[in-house]
Ligand binder design. Structure first.
Ligand SMILES: O=C(O)CCC(=O)C(=O)O
Length: 288
């Protein structure tokens, strides 16, 4: 699926952007399902829906209302929608990921991150691995664009080469899910915007430093995210966004042995917030 130069670029920069993560028909299905969920969110004034760990599946930004819905996250849409399952588990994205870290691959979890016009939701700079530490770090996060993604509508910002570095995600002894904000200016300066068309997919190393500003435009920014570990990467903590498909082998064979790398990893607590937006300090609808 991927060329040698794409694979080389992934290991050098920590990410690539590839075309054709989903067909036009699949994108249409994903999009209309999400429109339905946004419509349903109008009937709620606080987070709702249950995931396997009892947290809410649908996460609302403070200020959410029927007139101005602010649905910012759907946890594991593949658990409740065949369209999402088809694209993320049966589709071409895992084949691309297998070219990077395969051939044996697991599904870990997925989510929709939504920045609608007028919403304040942003993403503080972080790496994904500290959220889901494993015995090795052959893990890829796929970011599938459902809308055209631009600098104006809050595309992710990635810091090339940062996957070779390790940063703490604790401040004052507490897991905050973000890197020391004193480094934000440095990250902003060295980051690149991940822009593209619907169907483009960014494949990002699990240690890539990334974040992103709110949507300052009149166009929606809806992003489908999925984490895939190599089959021999074994979790050191239960998933923070558990799916009924977590740890399912989706390409190749299950691993007989765990592969360990020599690393010292921070182990986060099982935090109680419904989403990492709240963990990072962004208010949730219906909570004081
Ligand atoms: O929504 C985005 O722009 C990136 C989200 C992200 O980094 C995450 O959910 O881990």
């Amino acid at each position: 699926m991927l060329s040698k130069s794409q694979v080389d670029q992934f290991w050098e920069d920590g990410f690539i952007i590839a075309k054709g993560g989903a067909t036009a028909e699949q994108l249409n299905d994903l999009s209309s399902q999400l429109d339905e969920w946004i419509e349903q969110s109008k009937d709620h004034d606080k987070n709702y829906g249950k995931t396997p760990d009892g947290k809410s599946r649908f996460d609302l930004e403070a200020g959410h209302s029927a007139e101005k819905p602010r649905l910012r996250r759907v946890a594991n849409p593949a658990d409740i929608s065949d369209s999402y399952y088809e694209v993320l588990i049966k589709g071409v994205i895992p084949d691309m990921v297998a070219d990077l870290i395969g051939p044996n691959l697991k599904f870990h979890h997925c989510k929709l991150n939504i920045k609608l016009p007028g919403m304040q939701t942003k993403v503080d700079f972080h790496q994904d691995h500290p959220y889901d530490p494993h015995t090795n770090d052959d893990m890829v996060t796929a970011l599938l664009m459902l809308d055209e993604m631009t600098e104006e509508n809050g595309c992710p910002l990635l810091v090339p080469g940062s996957h070779k570095k390790r940063y703490s995600h604790f401040q004052n002894g507490k897991f905050t899910g973000k890197i020391d904000p004193n480094l934000n200016a440095e990250f902003e300066e060295s980051s690149v915007p991940i822009i593209g068309k619907p169907g483009d997919v960014c494949l990002m190393h699990t240690w890539m430093v990334h974040g992103g500003p709110p949507n300052h435009s009149n166009n929606p920014r809806r992003l489908l995210i999925c984490d895939y570990p190599a089959a021999d990467a074994m979790p050191l903590s239960p998933p923070m966004v558990p799916s009924i498909y977590s740890h399912k082998v989706i390409r190749g064979q299950p691993a007989r042995f765990a592969r360990m790398i020599n690393a010292q990893l921070e182990i986060r607590p099982q935090y109680t917030e419904d989403s990492f937006f709240e963990l990072q300090g962004q208010a949730t609808a219906g909570k004081i």
